[in-house]
Design a protein around this ligand. Structure first.
Ligand code: GAR
Length: 219
């Protein structure tokens, strides 16, 4: 158990699918590895399996379906209204597959993280494993970053690298990378909860030092 006199950091986690990262985060909270607590899970898809995971853990869930709203702005407003009821110290995007408006992102500036399955700034967007293989990358990985209005473009706070092996396909790569996701996402949230990680100006700062950002290797 982590000994801490501080109240656990309240988290709201946004998902769209399986929620395996959500599970890793809930587990880390439950066994005291990180001083945080998931207060609510919100999905934009009613069928997301992650909702069942949250219910199993006794965590309140909400569905805010994007296709019920006229535009992104209306959806984001409804989403923010739901999130803010829980007064989160950190909003965690865990496989949340919607592009968010600048107004929404700026509202949570410095207190919203995303996990993206690539070594950012390489392979922003979708189908990252396939694209890394096609580009002939020797290494691939996963990044946790602060969310800024640029899609998958915010300062990276933590990353894990995976060597691409001969014979890898998108599935085998995804499996190995997901293992790393489940390790580094709780770790990063733990740093934030402990006050070790911050967004200062446009830099991710860990223990008082800027987290090194990578250069783009692939177009
Ligand atoms: C994870 O691989 C995550 O990195 C990715 O979706 C998956 C969600 O899995 N996120 C993105 O691609 C965001 N652009 P999960 O629902 O099992 O956590």
């Amino acid at each position: 158990m982590t000994q801490s006199s501080q109240a656990p950091l309240p988290l709201v986690v946004l998902i769209s699918g399986s929620g395996s990262n959500l599970q890793a985060i809930m587990d880390a909270c439950a066994d005291g590895r990180i001083n945080a607590a998931v207060k609510a899970v919100i999905s934009n898809r009613a069928g997301a399996f992650g909702l069942q995971r949250a219910e199993q853990a006794g965590i309140p869930t909400h569905v805010v379906e994007h296709n019920r709203f006229a535009d992104r702005q209306a959806f984001d407003q409804a989403l923010a209204e739901r999130i803010d009821r829980y007064r989160p110290g950190l909003v965690v995007l865990a496989g949340f597959m919607r592009i968010l408006t600048a107004a929404f992102v700026n509202h949570y500036r410095g207190r919203m993280l995303n996990i993206h399955p690539s070594l950012l700034p390489n392979f922003q967007g979708l189908n990252t494993h396939q694209r890394a293989l096609q580009a002939g990358a020797k290494q691939h990985g996963v990044s946790v970053h602060f969310v800024t209005p640029e899609l998958d473009g915010g300062p990276v706070a933590n990353r894990a690298t995976v060597d691409i092996q001969p014979g890898d396909d998108a599935k085998t790569l995804a499996r190995r990378i997901l293992e790393q996701e489940h390790r580094i996402y709780p770790e990063t949230i733990g740093w934030f909860a402990a006050g070790r990680l911050k967004l200062v100006d446009d830099q991710a700062i860990l223990d008082g030092k800027p987290v090194a950002q990578l250069d783009k290797t692939y177009p």
